[in-house]
Each structure stands twice: as C-alpha cells, then as structure tokens.
Design a protein around this ligand. Structure first.
Ligand code: SAH
Ligand code: SF4
Ligand code: F3S
Length: 484
C-alpha cells in the first residue's frame, strides 16, 4: 500500500488553522477535485455511507453524508453501484468485525470494474492498530482510513486523497477536542440524534468502547441547545440525546451541570415535542432525573437501562458498580414515579465465570422487571479488555443454550407487555410509509412501540391520536382517532 502521511505534507498557507473554518476550506478544495473527476467520468459521482454499530455511529454517518453532499457527491443507496463507499465500522462484538471484512472483500471485486471508485473506512474498528495492519496487508485497495477522534477532518483527508492519489491513513489515539458546527445531513426530516457527550470512562471489563471512543467529554450545554433550536427551526419535532452514559453528562465541564438540568433546559425549547435519550447507566441514574422525567410533558416514557447480568457476583466482575438488589430497587423507584414507563435493557450471556446459578439470577431479574424489550448478546471476547484474560470462559454450547432460554422468556414477556396497550388511544408520530404495504403508515408511540395504520406519505412527521386496535406481538395495527 502506497501510504501518504497527512502530518508531514506541506499544507498550503491558505488553509485556516481554526476549526471548523479549516474543514470548510477543504470542502471547497474537494469540491473542485470532484468536479474534475465527474467531468472525466462524464456523469455526477455518487456515494454510499454504510453504518455498522450504534446510534453514535449512525449520527457520525449523518455528519459524513452532510460533508459529502456539500462537496457535490450524490447519494446512491446501493453500495455496489456507488463511486465512493464509506464503511463506518463497529467493533463492540467480534461478529461486527467479521461482517466488515466479508463485505469489504466483495467491494474490492467491484472496485476492479469501476475506475472511479474509492473506498473509505472509519469508525471504532479503525482505532485498533491490529485492524489497520490487517487492512494494509490484505485489503490494499482501500483509499482512506481514519478513526473516531478525527472524523471532523473528513473533508481534509478526502481532499488529501484526491490530491495525492495515494492511500491516506490518519488515526488519533485519543482527543480532548470537540469540533462544533460542521455540516450534517439528517436521515429523517422530523427527528434527529444529538450528541451530548463523547467517549466513556466506565471501563466495564468486557467492553472495548472506552478504548476506541476515548475519554468522556461532554459538549457545552449552550452548543447542544443551539443545535436543537436550529434543528427545530428546520422541522425536527423529536430529538434523541446520545451518549454512552448520559447520566454522567456534564460532570467534567468547567461549569458542571447535571443531565437532569440539561433536560430541563431542552424541555423549554418551543416546537420540540419529544425528547429521548440513550444510554443510561444504572449506577448514575439520579432521583432528580426520575423526578424531571415524571414532571415532563416532552420526555418520552421510555428508559433503556442496560442490566447486563442479574448476578451481583458477575456484575462485580463486569465492573458495573451496582448489585442485583440495587438495580431492582432503582426499577422500583422509576416505576413508582412513572407506572406507565417502558423499560428496555441489554443483557450479556456467557461472561467468563458465569455459572448456571448466575444465569438464573439474570432470568430472575428479567421476570421481576418485565422488560418491554431486551437486546440479548452472547459474550464476545475483545482483545485488550480485562475480561478477555479472565479464567473460566464459558463453553460455546452452554452459552448457546442459556441464550436461547433467555431469548424465549424475553420474547414472551415483551409480547405480554406490548398487549397491555391494546384498545387504547395513544399519541403517535407518523414516521414512514410501511415497507410491505404502501397504504399503511408506520408510527411510533412515546414508549417506542410501533403501530401501522392507514395513511399516506403527507402525514410523515406529524402527530396523530391512534386507536391501537390489535396487538401483533411486538407492534400494533391501528387507525387514526384524530389528528393531534
Ligand atoms: N454504553 C452503553 C452500551 C454500549 S455497547 C451501556 O453501557 O449501556 C451496547 C451493548 O453491547 C452493551 O450494553 C452490552 O450489552 C453489549 N456489549 C458490549 N461489549 C460486549 C461484549 N464484549 N460482548 C457482548 N456484548 C457486549
Ligand atoms: Fe461499554 Fe460500559 Fe462504557 Fe457502556 S458504560 S460503553 S458498556 S464501558
Ligand atoms: Fe460499536 Fe463503536 Fe458504537 S464499537 S457500539 S459503533 S461506540
């Protein structure tokens, strides 16, 4: 791979030093290159950003898309047809990595046939040095590689690639920087994710996120409010506040502010109708937050509260810093304040040393809490995390049995929980035309459940009162009772 070092290039004196001005400068440069490339191709060039991983990555992809559209690329949803393919990767579990390698092989074959094609890789996987080594060795056709900390430099890196014609690799180990006010393109006109913090300081012993996303950094509350106000002025009615542990928001700011206080400020924004957030770490969920949620008209009655395991012994080995009893007591406080709240969770099965007894503790929590839904994961060993070298890794067959058992109970309980709203009328945000039947609109309740009801595309982004006629396990069929 003919690598081009971005640090040692003689960047022309004209490039501003300050961000985001510097990136706007490179957007213009890349635009000029792209015009030449399009002329040579005799057609507009297209791009496709593919997101692996969580909502943070999805939001980052919107930022990449915003920059690409400014540069003049046209979106092409089919990555096999696009001239510029960007994989925004995830490394939280091994199978996320395998998917990237598999699809990259396929992309390499397509690139051979399209002389205009470029491939970029970014996101969490790129923060692992052995991944970048493997890419250099086995996938030399990749044009651009960058990480999570310097994603704001995308325009600059792309312009460098276009100018040099050589592979550009730029990965930062960590950062304390937050660059505001870069372009971004929303997937939905009426709702948007909003980062309130980056990184994570929790170091749960199984988890790679703190290593690939760096230390926790909270955005300035004023910058968050300003972003949401702009979004609302642009038609957004719902925001999802994003952070790996939103409950510790603001603790490291020069003028500390709590997550509960931030929510109260956001609630005041006129025209904003729904506020969601994720993810909440149980250890930091304050009574203030419960009170603010209970008093709020805009915060959705939904909490994603990952438990990971029901066994206090395993929770300790996971470094989660709460006990089974502590978690259940917290759930009690939440339910007492908001009896109608929907609770969802993440659970890991097969953490090193997990015994049958430990697993039964997890089943016990699942039954006691009665989650509206739960994401269940098989433990995946991540090199570099403390759990990877723990003794007593659980045999695969045992894990699979436990996983299936858990999944069945989780599904039964969610179906029961879903059914309790049958026959009621609820406020629903119309989100999209139904994939399978275009005479139906798919909408979302405050508690995050979906309902399909007759309607058309003109309704998208508006609120309706919908009669939930029939529960179908995990979603409803309904009909409009009235417009909100
Ligand atoms: N910050 C969030 C979760 C981020 S990762 C939180 O703390 O809740 C999303 C989920 O992936 C985690 O909740 C966990 O259940 C799962 N996960 C993380 N690392 C994993 C691993 N090594 N193996 C299996 N699942 C894992
Ligand atoms: Fe990973 Fe734990 Fe941080 Fe969540 S809180 S991102 S599980 S280390
Ligand atoms: Fe994956 Fe990175 Fe999110 S590892 S889960 S995309 S923070």
């Amino acid at each position: 791979m003919n690598e081009y070092s971005v640090h040692n290039t003689e960047q022309e004196a004209a490039a501003p030093v300050c961000e985001p001005e510097r990136q706007y400068y490179y957007i213009e440069k890349a635009k000029a290159y792209l015009e030449k490339m399009s002329e040579a191709a005799g057609r507009p060039l297209t791009f496709c950003v593919t997101t692996f991983g969580c909502q943070m990555n999805a939001r980052d992809s919107e930022k990449l898309t915003g920059i690409l559209e400014r540069i003049g690329y046209v979106e092409e949803p089919d990555e096999e047809k696009a001239d510029f393919v960007i994989y925004n990767t995830c490394t939280v579990r091994e199978n996320a990595n395998q998917r990237v390698y598999g699809r990259l092989g396929q992309l390499g074959r397509i690139k051979k046939k399209n002389p205009h094609m470029m491939i970029a890789l970014c996101g969490c996987m790129m923060q692992e040095p052995e991944v970048v080594e493997k890419l250099k060795k086995s996938y030399p056709f990749v044009d651009l590689i960058f990480g999570t900390h310097n994603i704001f430099k995308f325009a600059e890196l792309l312009a460098t690639r276009m100018e040099s014609g050589r592979t550009v690799i730029d990965i930062w180990k960590d950062t304390d920087k937050i660059v505001e006010d870069l372009p971004s393109e929303r997937k939905y006109p009426f709702k948007s994710g909003v980062n309130i913090m980056f990184g994570c300081n929790n170091f749960c012993s199984y988890c790679i996120v703190p290593y690939v996303r760096g230390r926790e950094r909270s955005r300035d509350p004023k910058a968050i409010i300003r972003e949401i106000e702009r979004l609302v002025a642009d038609g957004v009615v719902e925001v999802m506040l994003l952070g790996q542990n939103v409950n510790s928001y603001g603790k490291t700011l020069e003028h500390p502010i709590s997550f509960a206080e931030l929510l109260q400020e956001i609630e005041k924004i006129d025209g904003l109708e729904r506020i969601r957030f994720m993810t909440s770490h149980p250890k930091d969920l304050s009574d203030d937050l419960i009170r603010v949620m209970a008093d709020s008209k805009k915060i959705c009655r939904h909490l994603h509260l990952p438990v990971q395991s029901g066994s206090t012994r395993i929770l300790e080995k996971m470094n989660r810093r709460y006990t089974k009893e502590g978690y259940l007591a917290l759930v009690d406080r939440i339910r007492t304040a908001m009896p109608d709240i929907s609770l969802t969770t993440d659970i890991i099965v097969g953490f090193p040393g997990e015994t049958e007894e430990d697993f039964l503790e997890t089943m016990d929590v699942v039954k006691k809490v009665g989650y509206d839904s739960a994401f269940t994961f098989i433990y995946s060993k991540r090199t570099g995390t403390p759990a990877a070298v723990m003794e007593d890794q659980v045999p695969e067959a045992v894990v699979k049995d436990r996983f299936n058992c858990l999944l069945q109970v989780v599904q039964e309980i969610s179906a029961q929980r879903c059914a309790i709203h049958e026959g009621t009328v609820q406020t629903v945000l119309a989100e999209s035309v139904n994939d399978h039947d275009s005479s139906l609109i798919t909408g979302r309740l405050g508690n995050n459940l979906l309902v399909h009801f007759p309607g058309d595309a003109s309704m998208i982004g508006k609120f309706y009162h919908v009669h939930l006629r029939e529960c179908r396990g995990f979603y409803y069929l309904g009909e409009i009772a009235s417009e909100d």
